[in-house]
Ligand binder design. Structure first.
Ligand SMILES: *Cc1c(COP(=O)(O)O)cnc(C)c1O
Length: 456
């Protein structure tokens, strides 16, 4: 198809939606290192995981060999309410930048939760329901995951208990109300409801909380209540598996208009949207069929890939969760209250960590004020008010498009626009008032936190 015939929005038909998720691990020669039991130091078995996670999700978590896992029809029907999501050719942004690059973005903000997280929330709620559970517990940072899970739980009539990082609970009261509207119970974390919450409050009085703390609380709440399991919105292999729907649709849409991506860019918090977006492309790289340049973008305030170490670490601050081998800043790392709440996690998906270590992807970090400048530029020409998290990818996509202007290259740049920023207007306000800061941790801060990683 000649370039100027590519529509602004490349849609797939309902019957072109993926019927199976793609499991990148099946094509990886170096598999991600297994989760370890913090007590024994041995790889976790399905039996040990099943008090925490639903059975079917345990299977998916541990499955390194099945390439495609069927998406149950009930989940596909739910997906049809907001999927396939559009792949947009950013003609207006290209024109504004006067770049020869061709920019595409996959927009995942077209649902009430406002992000890609619903893709995994509905899958996890479905398996919990199928197992006959009463409900699930979870943590949420900025609130996107909690919102997504509340929607998914109400659809399948499951109870939903959300531990919300305190700083977000206070900064984002509106997200809390969306969750309550969908029937969830929302508790600011660290709370006084769990042992681990009480301990963290004692150790760090007045703490703003972190995702790591909230995870510890949610896990404790799940394992101490009959009929409950814990669910997590990022980092885990099962979450990347569910999010592969983003990449599969992106690839199918690009194929439909005969475009090959040169560069794929995504923001990276725990790695789920990026892992999902790149999965079919990385699959081709792993099988030696194609080459792509892949860039993970993280905040300078929480730079796990670019300044962390690839070691075994706890997934949570309270050290109740398994150990994962990942790029980490240390489970004690308390990131500055950056406004991209969804990117404030100390570690990174074990799959992406292994791929990064093997050279399949690059990473870069960006400063908060530069991110908001890019968000504003994007909003003004493309008409979508982006989430601060997504704007990390926008920032690097714009930078890469400007490089193309210098070199005259017409690269096809694809990035993940993971969500909308309507609940992040306090952050936009700070930016507009010129009072947003750019906190960057010192080498000493990071070294101190990494020193507390277990020696394995
Ligand atoms: C949660 C979130 C992210 C980051 O999480 P990943 O698991 O790294 O994808 C990015 N964008 C938005 C809008 C989010 O809600």
């Amino acid at each position: 198809m000649s370039d100027n015939k590519i529509p602004y929005k490349i849609y797939l038909e309902e019957n072109e939606m993926p019927k199976a998720w793609y499991n990148m691990r099946s094509d990886m020669k170096n598999k991600p290192a297994p989760l370890l039991n913090p007590g024994t130091g041995k790889p976790l078995t399905a039996e040990e995981l099943s008090p925490i996670f639903c059975e079917e999700l345990v299977k998916q978590e541990l499955d390194e060999t099945t390439p495609f896992i069927e998406i149950p029809e009930e989940i596909r029907n739910f997906y049809k309410m907001y999927r396939p999501s559009p792949l947009v050719r950013a003609y207006c942004l290209e024109e504004k930048l006067k770049t020869p690059a061709k920019i595409y973005y996959k927009f995942e903000g077209n649902n009430t939760s406002g992000s890609h997280k619903l893709n995994s929330a509905i899958a996890q709620a479905y398996y919990a329901k199928k197992q006959g559970l009463k409900g699930v517990t979870t943590e949420t940072g900025a609130g996107q995951w909690g919102t997504a899970l509340s929607m998914a739980c109400s659809y399948f009539d499951l109870d939903c208990k959300v531990y919300m990082v305190k700083v977000s609970y206070e900064q984002k009261p509106f997200r809390r109300e969306v969750m309550r509207t969908y029937g969830a119970t929302v508790t600011p974390s660290p709370s006084m409801l769990t042992n681990v919450g009480r301990k963290i409050n004692e150790q760090f009085p007045g703490t703003d909380g972190s995702l790591g703390c909230a995870i510890s609380e949610a896990v404790e709440a799940a394992t101490t209540q009959e009929g409950y399991r814990y669910v997590l919105g990022s980092v885990l292999n099962q979450v990347l598996l569910h999010q592969s729907v983003i990449g599969l649709e992106t690839k199918a849409a690009l194929d439909k208009v005969g475009v090959k991506a040169d560069m794929i860019i995504g923001c990276a918090g725990g790695g789920s949207n990026l892992g999902g977006l790149i999965s079919p492309f990385v699959g081709e790289m792993l099988r030696g069929e194609n080459q792509y340049e892949i860039i993970a973008v993280e905040p300078a305030s929480c730079p796990s890939f670019t300044r962390g170490s690839f070691v075994y670490d706890f997934c949570d601050t309270g050290r109740v969760c398994p150990l994962a081998k990942m790029y980490t800043l240390g489970s004690n790392f308390m990131p500055a209250p950056n406004h991209a709440g969804g990117l404030r996690y100390h570690g990174m998906s074990t799959i992406l960590s292994q791929l990064y270590d093997d050279g399949y992807l690059k990473a870069t970090s960006v400063k908060q004020t530069d991110v908001f400048a890019a968000a504003e530029q994007f909003a003004r020409v493309e008409g979508i008010l982006p989430a601060p998290e997504s704007s990390h990818a926008i920032k690097v996509a714009i930078d890469e498009a400007l490089k193309c202007k210098e070199t005259g290259e017409a690269k096809n740049i694809v990035f993940g626009l993971t969500g909308t920023g309507y609940f992040d207007l306090v952050a936009y306000q700070k930016y507009n008032d010129g009072v947003m800061d750019d906190y960057i941790p010192t080498d000493d801060d990071i070294a101190k936190s990494l020193a507390k990683c277990p020696k394995i």
